[in-house]
Design a binder for this molecule. Structure first.
Ligand SMILES: Nc1ncnc2c1ncn2[C@@H]1O[C@H](COP(=O)(O)OP(=O)(O)OP(=O)(O)O)[C@@H](O)[C@H]1O
Ligand SMILES: [Mg+2]
Length: 374
């Protein structure tokens, strides 16, 4: 997958950005606070995902402007498509998105047109952060492989919101506890499917990661990912997801229903899952060194890219924000070897920190503009 052209104006500090990217390496160079990450972020949101650094949508538009506009060309093995994205400030924020000139209702279809992976310094949160960070990462990565997953995640979230609202209402005597069963049937269906999909993806990820981590650590260390479902045991996943799984999930929800009503939140199901990440048999989160945590996060993202590429016969576009300079030469080579056939956008304040043989288009960014293009 390739970005074939880029136009951005009014996104944060970016002005009049217009360029044709290199098919391989695009190196975005500039001093701190010039707009390097903003450029990656503006491209990233064209995939329909939320900001990779947690920016709020209303902060996308430049402070001194009332709208931002962007356009990208995306080429995959089948065809080239055009995405346009416009956001206008007002009482509410208006979003106008088109794919090939066709107006879109929301961002959902963007995900099918443009697939990308971002490596950012905060990726270490996949290891160090709360369980929610790991669940979100797995869900996002699995969704890239199979868009059906997105529908189940969205549905489950909607059902959970309803269930939690109902719990509060029951607690306050607003309605009868028996209504909960209807929602639990739906929650069980979505939740069981999500559990099985998570298990499938984590198994795949674990397989690829163990090979990659062994290489990056010179064969000295072992990385393992293990899914801890809140409902199912590892052996349950040996059978395909069906009636027995729905029932098991339903029973689990029913078991905690009384407690859920008393507290007003759901205590069982996929929103309580954990993914254990271990290095040499012990928790990376609790015991990992900084270098181990960084390497493990990097390997997990690389594995995501590799799985995606194998499955879709198409490589995602890769964004590397400020991660290369932190890696020693061996680790940089390791990363570049895996992403060598992908289109890459790398940001760095310091060109000389990159391997000298990484050559491609250089974009110098200053004050939110392209100062030089080589
Ligand atoms: N809505 C906005 N309007 C105008 N400018 C903004 C807006 N949001 C952020 N900025 C500006 O963008 C700049 C930061 O850009 P960015 O994060 O892309 O920097 P960077 O080049 O990646 O720097 P670093 O090397 O430190 O990571 C800041 O100076 C900030 O004030
Ligand atoms: Mg930055």
């Amino acid at each position: 997958m390739l970005i074939t052209h880029v136009e951005i104006d009014g996104f944060k500090n970016l002005s009049d950005i217009s360029f044709i990217p290199d098919n391989y390496y695009n190196i975005i160079v500039g001093a701190n606070a010039q707009g390097k990450t903003n450029l990656l972020e503006a491209l990233w949101i064209m995939s329909g995902c939320k900001s990779f650094r947690g920016s709020k949508e209303r902060d996308y538009i430049a402070l001194d402007k009332n709208r931002f506009t962007s356009e990208v060309g995306i080429r995959d093995v089948v065809r080239e498509q055009k995405i346009t994205y416009e956001m206008i400030k007002g009482g509410n924020i208006t979003k106008n998105i088109t794919i090939n000139g066709v107006k879109q209702k929301g961002t959902r279809n963007l995900f099918d047109v443009f697939k990308c992976i971002a490596f950012i310094p905060d990726d270490v949160d996949i290891i160090k952060g709360a369980p929610e960070k790991r669940r979100n990462f797995i869900d996002m990565a699995a969704s890239q492989l199979n868009p059906v997953f997105v529908a189940h995640i969205t549905k489950n979230q909607a059902v959970m919101n309803q269930r939690n609202a109902l719990l509060k209402s029951i607690m306050q005597g607003g309605c009868d506890a028996s209504i909960l069963e209807i929602w639990d049937k739906q929650a069980a269906h979505e939740g069981a499917l999500i559990s099985y999909m998570r298990d499938g993806y984590i198994k795949k990820l674990n397989e690829v990661c163990s090979g990659l981590y062994s290489s990056i650590s010179g064969g000295k260390e072992v990385l393992e990912l293990e899914y801890k479902s809140n409902v199912f045991r590892a052996e349950d996943f040996e059978e395909p997801c069906g009636e027995a799984a729905f029932e098991k999930y339903y029973n689990k929800l029913r078991e905690s229903a009384e407690y859920d009503i008393r507290t007003g939140i759901t205590h069982s199901g996929v929103n309580r899952d954990e993914i254990n990440i271990k290095i040499n048999g012990i928790s990376a989160k609790e015991y990992g060194s900084q270098g181990q945590i960084k390497s493990a996060a990097l390997v997990i993202k690389l594995a995501q890219a590799e799985i995606f590429t194998k499955r879709s016969k198409e490589a995602p576009v890769v964004f590397l924000d400020d991660v290369m300079g932190e890696l020693d030469e061996n680790r940089q080579r390791f990363v570049f070897d895996i992403i060598k056939n992908m289109q890459v956008f790398i940001t760095t304040p310091n060109e000389s920190a990159l391997l000298p043989d990484i050559k491609g288009k250089i974009l110098r960014i200053s004050g939110g503009r392209i100062a030089e293009e080589v």
